[in-house]
Design a protein. Structure first.
Length: 256
């Protein structure tokens, strides 16, 4: 199941791939991505990414990389192990039912693109690791995810979902390896944070954060997230706005 990704750029490296995602709650405690906006700004709800997410629309589904939209502008991809809450997180961030949710994990079998504006897109990647998905289909996902993640020039960052009750799976570790080696910004949502008490969720956050810093440095950020409780939205919006090069207008108003 381990395979190698190669980014087709001179400055990037190769590493192994692909991992699970989660939705939980708010407080970003990991070291910020270089140049990232401050997480926790009380004016974040005025962040322009909010309006773009609320008006997002389905664009297209791609079974192969050559079916993707033109490789230009800004894309942020959402990745995660099946049943980590990826579709629920996407739907909560966009205030819509863009991503298909199902009681059967692993239903997302295509790269699904959602348009924010003429230059910016969100991408829902296939859920990974669900045992009931046929082996040939898994192999198909692997080939095309490798091609997408390894060569997509417009990909600006990766949101990785980890179920807070089952973080740091083998798939998650592989994705962390790839992102850090390739120089790809990564932000982790510890999803389903509402399934734990606040104290237990915070302890898990600190534990995972410490493990990531020891193994992968300070380039990866992490937060709690919960789709049903709508926890962690502001922090996630700020990360998206930074990667998509949208100014935090609320911050400007505070200082102006």
């Amino acid at each position: 199941m381990n395979f190698i990704l190669h980014r087709d750029k001179a400055h990037t490296k190769s590493a192994a791939l692909y991992t699970g995602v989660t939705e939980t709650e708010a407080t970003l405690l990991a070291a910020p991505i270089p140049g990232a906006a401050h997480i926790g700004n009380p004016m974040q709800l005025k962040n322009p990414i909010l309006g773009l997410c609320q008006q997002s629309t389905f664009m297209l589904s791609a079974a192969k990389v050559d079916q993707c939209p033109d490789d230009e502008g800004f894309e942020v991809a959402f990745a995660g192990r099946s049943n980590a809450g990826k579709s629920s997180a996407l739907n909560t961030l966009t205030h819509a039912s863009l991503a298909r949710t199902s009681k059967t994990p692993g239903r997302t079998q295509l790269l699904n693109f959602f348009k924010l504006d003429d230059e910016r897109r969100l991408v829902d990647l296939p859920g990974y690791g669900y045992a009931k998905v046929p082996i040939p289909l898994k192999q198909h996902w692997q080939r095309h995810l490798e091609a997408y993640l390894g060569g997509r020039e417009s990909l600006k960052g990766l949101i990785l979902m980890m179920d807070i009750r089952h973080p740091m799976t083998d798939f998650d570790l592989l994705m962390l390896d790839w992102a850090v080696a390739a120089g790809m910004p990564m932000h982790i949502l510890l999803t389903k944070a509402d399934k734990l008490t606040y104290g237990a969720a915070k302890n898990t956050l600190l534990k995972v954060q410490s493990e990531i810093r020891k193994g992968w440095g300070d380039a990866v950020t992490i937060q709690l997230f919960s789709a049903p409780k709508r926890m962690g939205l502001e922090d996630a919006y700020t990360v998206l706005a930074n990667w998509m090069e949208l100014p935090d207008k609320g911050a400007d108003e505070v200082t102006g």
